[in-house]
Design a protein around this ligand. Sequence first.
Ligand SMILES: [Fe+2]
Length: 285
Amino acid sequence: MKLHPGFGIQIDKCSTQQITQNLREHDLVLIRGHNFDQTQFKEFITEMGPLVANFYSFAEGSAMELNKGEKEVGVVRNKKGYLPLGGHMYINSGVGSWHYDEVSKNIPGLYYSAIYGAKSLTVGANTDFLSMRLAFERLSEGMKQTLRGLEVINQNRPLRTWTTKSYNENKIKFNTEMDCEEVNCGPIVKKDQMGRESLSFNPRSWVRFAGWSEEESTPVFEFLTKHCTIPEHTIRHNYQDGDVVMWCNNTVVHYGVANYDIDSADREIWQLMFKLKGNDNDNIR
Ligand SMILES: [Fe+2]
């Protein structure tokens, strides 16, 4: 069942090969009705390809705390005492931000995120997904031509999206766990595995185009962010326990919607990032 005319599909449980093919064609795949523990979730995803990033264990008091340091499965929980990780918790202000999942270094080629709904709420705590491929299609030929060949410089800058309160409360831990180096993330127009062009930039982390000043770049990025993030390009996902959602980070950005009580709701999702097996796409530009 299509989730949007232009991207995203819900499919039944099927072979790894069929899932992979759907992911290539539709950019986002939803499969419901799994019952995984963290190890099983990791095994399910690594069937499709190698993991590309680890997550820091920010959680206190959870199983994740038993082994400090980087974790393969990222756990997002909403409980007091847990440092923010991702989406609206990242800024701790009750407002989310459009972004793709990234670590503080560039990952070459196409890479994917997967979320497992471990403990869902009946209402709220949605994730919105947005097709940057559809957004690119709707630009004028002149703008498309201007953007082809430009490269994006990113930076993890806490103060760009964090509230001052959140930053002050967490800065000691985050200063040790995040760097603020500029990273060249490659062309802003990339091709997906079907050869389709897509915008590829992180609305939360862009700084400028390579070779451009920030002052010159900002109006273009602000236009693009506004152009991309209209509802026509989006899907809203309401999690059920056992959901697996996978998407291509290069062609889809997402937004953790804070439409629930982020301080007290007992909600948990798990997250992994991976590449597709058998696709040597590191040179896709
Ligand atoms: Fe995210």
